[in-house]
Design a protein around this ligand. Structure first.
Ligand SMILES: NC(=O)c1ccc[n+]([C@@H]2O[C@H](COP(=O)([O-])OP(=O)(O)OC[C@H]3O[C@@H](n4cnc5c(N)ncnc54)[C@H](OP(=O)(O)O)[C@@H]3O)[C@@H](O)[C@H]2O)c1
Length: 259
């Protein structure tokens, strides 16, 4: 049975929300090293401590933090620095998980400020950085089919919402991206998780407001609830473990595409 026990995993966006839940799950499943990164060094350090203290009694895996801001023009250089640091011990990676996402940029396409600069900025962390990561990753991942990269999109790619055009465009683009990358990077597997609404920090710092919003969204869902980060994290664990899955999409969405 394929397992992620003993593996070396990098999670870009591991300080919060879905990425944090994937880090917890990877440790629970016996990963030997879980590297997390985000743009904020204070948050990285705090998250490493939190993961270490919450998992120390049940796991033996190590947690290592890295700061890497993916919003800058020199993102390719920063990604290369991150991948070099993560593999500096000589051990290549088994899995890369990408859940990084900056503040949501929601705007109607007829808004005068919906211009090229806006479109490019909205795609920087969710689309351009993943593509550049895919370019660099083969040098840092073990070149075998047990290795994987898992990216993130969202159900807005299938189910449109007013004013979400730019996010929907990049989310749908991720599906074509992973299918093509699965061929370009073979035998490394490349897959995509597409979450529906999940109660995370992406919706803002006000936890009570997010909970109320998720309650409202959840009532319209077939399952009567929105998603939780630890539920969606299972889709990433699945892609790490299924050595037969590549170019595939798993959607974890409370049944939101059915209504
Ligand atoms: N939550 C949902 O309802 C939902 C639904 C569909 C799709 N998604 C997608 O799922 C992904 C993860 O979402 P989430 O809910 O887990 O969000 P989250 O809780 O806000 O986590 C986002 C992560 O990305 C990092 N990040 C933000 N800006 C960054 C930058 N410039 N460079 C590097 N890292 C950066 C954040 O850390 P720092 O701020 O410290 O950098 C954090 O670790 C996103 O792509 C999101 O669009 C989420």
């Amino acid at each position: 049975m394929p397992s992620i026990a003993g593996t070396n995993v990098l999670i870009l966006g591991g300080t919060s929300g879905i990425g944090y839940a994937v880090a917890q799950a990877a440790l629970r499943e016996g990963a030997a090293q879980v590297h997390i990164s985000s743009s904020n060094s204070t948050r990285v350090a705090a998250t490493v401590s939190k993961l270490k203290s919450s998992s120390s009694s049940t796991t033996t895996g190590d947690v290592i933090g890295h700061t890497c801001d993916l919003s800058t023009d020199d993102v390719e250089r920063r990604l290369e620095e991150l991948l070099t640091a993560v593999t500096s011990s000589g051990d290549k990676l088994d899995h890369i998980i990408y859940t990084a996402g900056d503040a949501l940029s929601i705007k109607n396409v007829t808004d005068p400020t919906f211009d090229l600069a806006y479109i490019q900025k909205a795609g920087q962390v969710r689309f351009f950085a993943p593509l550049l990561l895919a370019k660099l990753a083969p040098r840092y991942l073990k070149p075998v089919y047990s290795s994987s990269i898992t990216f993130t999109s969202g159900t807005v790619a299938q189910r449109p919402m007013p004013d979400w055009t730019v996010i929907a465009s990049y989310s749908a683009g991720m599906e074509g991206m992973v299918r093509s990358l699965a061929l370009d990077l073979k035998p490394i597997r490349v897959n995509l998780v597409s979450p529906g609404a999940v109660g995370t920090e992406m919706w803002g710092d006000d936890a009570a407001r997010t909970e109320a919003m998720m309650g409202e969204i959840g009532r319209k869902m077939p399952l009567g609830k929105a998603g939780r980060p630890e539920e969606v994290a299972e889709a990433y664990v699945y892609f790490m473990r299924d050595w037969n899955a590549t170019g595939s999409v798993v959607s974890s969405n409370s049944g939101g595409l059915l209504v």
